[in-house]
Design a protein around this ligand. Structure first.
Ligand code: HEM
Length: 422
């Protein structure tokens, strides 16, 4: 039994309940909420054709940035039989997903949900996937990683500000509950799709601080109560995200859909917090010029809605002048189009397996856009300068270890239930 430094607060309890994710955890956490949060039911008519159309339905912070839902579950499924799905399978899966949308309003207060299909799923059909979609199999994306490559058929992402909502929705989806938010489920995945794995996480002020008692985070509670992520900074400023339009597939049978990359990154933050002060962390997360100018106070609230990458030097110049380059600064060069990033990040922290981690979930028009972005993060070219090594003084690579990668197609909502490849 691990001795806890502080008594469990309600928020910590909710997060632990998401990670455990069983029916008993669900009843325990709804009891703690005195019967559960008061969540509005929804209507299919309110759910956009773009499954990734979340921004208009999220809360905003004081600077107008979209605020990510606080609790997340990603569930990985395989079709229960060989070969292509049948029409009956499809109708059952559609009924289950439609039921969730009727049960919870489409917002951070209710439930946001996406269903995505891997390239392995499309191999079940005689026809190849439409070439209007760029969906290669996952692979290692840097010379210094050996990730496991995820090959489930389907990935479902459930997100809400309320832990009981993601838990209840997941239980209803797999057939362990007949109703969700008091609304009867017209179907579930039971018998059609087998859940092979679940990943859980959280993002938002308070949650990382309260869950920092895990491997990968040094003693002394270094993660502040204000920080939305374990590494101590805000992320996802409006001006540093791709727009939902930019990430939407433009033509072909999956127009209005998008693609999603999901990696699992292990965090080892001993040196991040043990050997570095705030200024050094700003230099590595943003850029050395921001550390000099004091532009990033605390978690980065002072940045408003823009991490001001124009005020960073070219990374090669930072390497020469400071012997180090920043994470964000590297991405803001080759991986931009018209001054904006080409991926829309929706990542969240995790303590799955008792280790500090991050489920890096992002959507983009093509998987190639993610690969371009990841290449920029690798920063191999800056090692021409002897002070910058492949993983040292090179953004946050020293502290982040990619364990798994997977690629998925998020079809438009009307085709989200076991789609045909064309
Ligand atoms: C532990 C892992 C990570 C953390 C804590 C993290 C954190 C951050 C922070 C704080 C920023 C600056 C603020 C902002 O623009 O939102 C940023 C920017 C960014 N990050 Fe990460 N990041 C991580 C991993 C990644 C990965 C794996 C990718 C993709 C390969 C990525 C892509 C980006 C992009 C595209 C930007 C914006 C750059 C621009 O302004 O053009 N990040 N990240």
């Amino acid at each position: 039994m691990v001795e806890r430094r502080t008594p469990r607060t309600r928020r910590e309890f909710m997060k632990a309940a998401v990670a455990i994710g069983s029916a008993s955890a669900l009843s325990a956490c709804t009891e703690r909420l005195d019967g559960g949060p008061d969540v509005q039911t929804g209507s299919l008519a309110d759910v956009p054709e773009r499954q990734h159309a979340w921004n208009a339905f999220l809360a905003r912070d004081d600077h107008g940035n979209a605020v990510a839902p606080r609790h997340h579950v990603v569930a990985l499924f395989d079709l229960a039989h060989d070969g292509a799905p049948t029409q009956d399978d499809r109708e059952q899966v559609a009924a289950a997903l439609d039921s969730l949308n009727r049960a919870y309003e489409w917002s951070n207060e209710g439930l946001l949900v996406t269903a995505g299909y891997s390239p392995y799923y499309f191999e079940r059909f005689d026809d190849a996937l439409s070439d209007a979609v760029d969906l290669p199999k996952p692979k290692a994306l840097s010379p210094f990683e050996e990730p496991e490559l995820d090959d489930p058929d389907l990935v479902v992402h459930l997100a809400s500000d309320h832990a009981p909502v993601v838990l209840e929705a997941e239980e209803a989806l797999v057939g362990n509950r007949d109703a969700a938010n008091g609304v009867e489920m017209a179907g579930s995945f039971d018998g059609v799709l087998d859940r092979r794995e679940r990943r859980t996480g959280f993002v938002g002020a308070g949650l990382p601080a309260e869950n920092q008692d895990v491997d990968g985070i040094p003693d002394g509670d270094p993660v502040s109560e204000e920080s939305p992520l374990f590494m101590g900074f805000k992320s996802g400023f409006t001006k540093n995200q791709a727009s939902e339009d930019r990430v939407t597939i433009q033509s072909g049978p999956f127009a209005e859909g998008t693609t999603q990359h999901l990696s699992k990154i292990r965090l080892r933050l001993d040196d991040w917090y043990g050997e570095q002060d705030h200024e050094a962390r700003v230099a590595e997360m943003f850029c050395p010029a921001h550390a000099d100018s004091g532009k990033v106070e605390g978690t980065g609230e002072s940045l408003g809605d823009d991490s001001a990458m124009d005020d960073c030097q070219n990374p090669a110049d930072s390497a020469t002048e400071y012997g180090r380059v920043g994470h964000s600064q590297k991405m803001a060069t080759d991986a931009r189009e018209d001054g904006s990033p080409i991926i829309l990040r929706r990542d969240f922290d995790s303590t799955d397996g008792g280790e500090a981690g991050l489920h890096f979930l992002a959507v983009h028009r093509e998987i190639g856009d993610f690969e371009t972005t990841r290449k920029a993060m690798n920063g191999e070219q800056y090692t021409d300068n002897p002070a910058v090594r492949q993983r040292v003084n090179n953004g946050i690579l020293e502290y982040t270890f990619v364990r798994r990668r997977g690629n998925y197609l998020l079809p438009p909502r009307s085709k989200r239930a076991l789609p045909e490849p064309r």
